[in-house]
Design a protein around this ligand. Structure first.
Ligand code: NAP
Length: 287
């Protein structure tokens, strides 16, 4: 292992708490394998200290940042520039420092779409998509789906008003393709049968509540590609049932890996080693 020097480019993860993060291991392994003089460091920071910590770090030998809960929205006002998709999403998970300027991006949606292409062997262009959930992750996914040419996005959420607001925003800001759906079985079944892709973006089924199922089994029809962004456990109950019914499935870990891979490319200009990232991330999640 090469030790850091003053020439080492740092990538900093800002969030709170960060104990669970697999990103440092994933990125440092690929920096080392590719012989890149970069180092990825988690920095736990409270909302109160975000501004001062970010201002100081941005003046150091820093190539970029990852930003996670609870700072993805709050960080925006401290940036010099914002990528158009990140501006639409209204949240930033990746920052590049170029010529002393900080530029914010959101790679969550792109990471999700790459994982669909990679593991699900499906492109979103022209597809009808049922998106269950309407939180922060769903917002990035829905906006990116619309940006990348999905034909219809049906957004279904326990709190219907949130689904309605997101659908309206997408239709106004990107193009007319989104519709809100009430979280009632009779509405869900009627629409899902005409969809190509089903996405669970709620936290239902996440450890330690693995038994929870976000939608009724009857909705998991064989022709669907079923994806769950929950990655702990690796195969959620939803995915296990969908696979047993003959659906193609896409694990949540792929989104995590590919959003990181997109950031890696932005900081270094180099394509990361996806296989190494998958191996590291899978071992950590399994552990
Ligand atoms: P969030 O902003 O808190 O949103 C949670 C969503 O789940 C909301 O739509 C919420 O509905 C819904 N929900 C929660 N409990 C529910 C229940 N009992 N019944 C029905 N709906 C319920 O969370 P997030 O940041 O979007 O993250 C959601 C999940 O995705 C988490 O498990 C997170 O770990 C995972 N995630 C994975 C990745 C990845 O890279 N794979 C990235 C980000 C997040 P209401 O609006 O009605 O409250």
């Amino acid at each position: 292992m090469k030790y850091p020097s003053v020439n080492t480019q740092l990538v900093i993860l800002l969030g709170n708490p960060l104990g669970h993060s697999i990103s440092p291991a994933m990125h440092n392994r690929v920096f080392e394998k590719l012989g890149l003089d970069y180092c990825y460091i988690p920095v736990q920071v409270t909302p109160k200290n975000l501004q001062v910590v970010f201002a100081g770090l941005s003046k150091m030998n820093v190539a970029g940042f990852n930003v996670t809960i609870p700072h993805k929205i709050a960080i925006i006002e401290h940036l010099d520039a914002l990528d158009p998709l990140a501006a639409m999403i209204g949240a930033v998970n990746t920052i590049c420092v170029k010529n002393g300027k900080t530029i914010g991006y959101n790679t969550d949606g792109e990471g999700f779409i790459r994982s669909l292409e990679d593991e699900g062997k499906i492109s979103v262009q022209g597809k009808r998509i049922f998106l269950l959930g309407c939180g922060g992750a769903a917002r990035a996914i829905a906006m990116t789906l619309a940006f990348q040419g999905a034909e219809n996005i049906f957004i279904c959420n326990r709190t219907y008003a949130k689904a309605e607001a997101l659908a309206t925003e997408i239709n106004l800001k990107i193009r007319y393709c989104a519709e809100a759906v009430r979280a009632l079985p009779e509405y869900q079944t009627g629409i899902i049968k005409f969809c190509d892709i089903f996405i669970n973006s709620t936290s239902l089924g996440m450890h330690p509540r693995e038994a929870e199922l976000p939608i009724s089994e009857a909705c998991l029809l064989e022709h669907l590609v079923v994806t769950d962004i929950v990655y702990n456990p690796h195969t959620t109950r939803l995915l296990a049932i969908a696979e047993a019914k003959g659906c193609r499935i896409v694990h949540g870990l792929g989104m995590l890996i590919h959003q990181g891979a997109a950031g890696f490319k932005l900081w270094t200009g180099v394509d990361p080693l996806i296989a190494e990232m998958i191996e590291t991330a899978s071992a950590l999640v399994a552990g």
